[in-house]
Design a protein around this ligand. Structure first.
Ligand code: UDP
Ligand code: MG
Length: 334
């Protein structure tokens, strides 16, 4: 028989447990670089979209990646007016990949959604990511069905993702940027990846977990221009390959074999002519030039490939901090 006191205590704990069963929190990680014209509208839209899910609590982490156009003032305003907003202010521009890294480092939610702040990743799709997560997926990638970027960007991205998939062991999902949801566990694991040259989508794909894709149509940028000029795109592309594959290093060996084979054929030809037709001097200017330039080119290329891996090793060995935060701005602070 339970004593009345015990039963009261028991009930008391139960009520407390109910209270303590926390509401599910979803963190949004939102990198921002010079988005003065669009960022306010973006936040309004996102806030409207998440209002349809009152069963969850939300947290919006804006990472100001060294904007120079007054974006920070707008972000501060957002934080002042919305208690769910936090602003992480970098000391300079560290790039998109590090901005999302800082956001994920700080996110405290049960799920973390990373998305761009230029309306190219439609906020309403993030709800579909949440649904897939509630359905049991631990990582949900938003995959582009169509996109509205320039023909050049569409073409190069299309080819790149297929090439990357071909030369890495990691199953990197096709046509997927950094718009995705990570379960709390996946986010925790991702925080342990501290490499500097980051290709976050590859790191996520390499982690395993139950992964799923949600398709979406990528809109045009709401305002302003892309903050990914060609050189940044190229650097990211190189980081993707060197971070997840040693295929370029193996290419050097193949190149070496090809050159060696040609050299042996050349030697055989020259010696053969010397023995069989000593009366003819092989006129060799063209041959020499071709061989020299070909060899020189192959060597430079090989050095370049080696260099990019050595450079990577060097910058990792330095072990410097990935980014420096000037301040974190919360609702009740200035
Ligand atoms: N971004 C950033 N730092 C950068 C470049 C871009 O935080 O150095 C942000 C930018 O504000 C946007 C997202 O990353 O929210 C994607 O950038 P963008 O739209 O310019 O790239 P695209 O969509 O053209 O590939
Ligand atoms: Mg964009």
């Amino acid at each position: 028989m339970t004593s009345p006191v015990a039963s009261v205590v028991h009930q008391g704990t139960q009520v407390k447990l109910e209270e303590e069963r926390q509401r599910i929190v979803i963190s949004y990680v939102l990198p921002v670089y010079n988005e003065r014209e669009g960022i306010f509208f973006f936040h309004e839209t996102l806030a409207d979209v998440v209002a349809s899910r009152p069963e969850f609590d939300f947290e919006f982490i804006y990472v100001n990646d060294g904007s120079t156009d007054g974006t920070l003032a707008i972000l501060k305003d957002l934080a002042k007016n919305d208690h769910r907003v936090r602003v992480v202010d970098f000391t300079r521009n560290y790039g998109h990949q590090l901005a999302i890294t800082a956001g994920i480092d700080l996110a405290g939610g049960d799920a973390v959604i990373v998305m761009d702040t230029d309306m190219q990743d439609p906020p309403e799709i993030s709800l579909e990511l949440i649904d897939a997560w509630r359905d049991g997926a631990e990582i949900v990638h938003a995959r582009r069905r169509t996109r509205q970027d320039t023909a050049f960007k569409r073409l190069t991205a299309h080819a790149y993702y297929r090439m990357l998939r071909h030369c890495t062991d990691v199953d990197i999902p096709l046509d997927t940027g950094d718009f995705r949801l990570l379960d709390r566990r996946a986010a925790e694991e991702l925080r342990r990846f501290r490499e500097r040259s980051r290709f976050v989508r590859g790191m996520v794909a390499s982690m395993g977990f139950r992964q799923r894709e949600v398709f979406f149509d990528r809109d045009e940028r709401f305002s302003g221009e892309t903050k990914y000029p060609l050189y940044k795109m190229l650097r990211l592309a190189v980081d993707g390959v060197t971070g997840f594959s040693t295929a370029p290093l193996r290419l050097i060996t193949k190149l070496g074999f090809a050159v060696l084979t040609m050299a042996l054929m050349g030697i055989a030809y020259a010696v053969g002519m010397r023995i069989l037709r000593p009366d003819i001097t092989v006129s060799g200017w063209t041959m020499l030039m071709v061989a020299m330039l070909g060899l020189g080119g192959a060597q430079m290329l090989s050095l370049g490939i080696l260099g990019s891996y050595v450079g990577r090793t060097y910058s990792e060995a330095q072990g410097r901090p990935l980014y420096i935060v000037r301040q974190v701005i919360r609702h009740d602070e200035d």
